[in-house]
Design a binder for this molecule. Structure first.
Ligand SMILES: [Zn+2]
Length: 89
């Protein structure tokens, strides 16, 4: 695993987009966009990466890394593809 500065929002974005592994137990990684209250799954983060990167870098959009294992089923749904990140694979 590369080194990431997890206090840096761009690094958080990179982390979720690049790290291939699913968290122990088969849970998904994703991001929480604080400004919009939206959750995006890893797949959608990759699809929208350039756009998200620009939002964070140029507009200071705040994001948090999230992992499905920290949430109850139904509490962490991707706003793009409606995937439930807490679903056990
Ligand atoms: Zn998604």
């Amino acid at each position: 695993m590369r080194n990431y500065d997890m206090t840096n929002h761009l690094d958080r974005l990179r982390y979720v987009a690049r790290e291939m592994f699913v968290w122990p137990g088969g849970y998904e990684l994703g991001i929480f966009i604080e400004s919009f209250g939206d959750i995006l799954c890893q797949e959608c983060v990759r699809k929208e990466y350039k756009h998200l990167y620009r939002e964070v870098k140029c507009w200071g959009m705040s994001i948090e890394c999230v992992a499905g294992c920290d949430f109850d089923p139904g509490d962490i749904i991707c706003c793009e593809c409606q995937k439930d990140l807490s679903a056990y694979e």
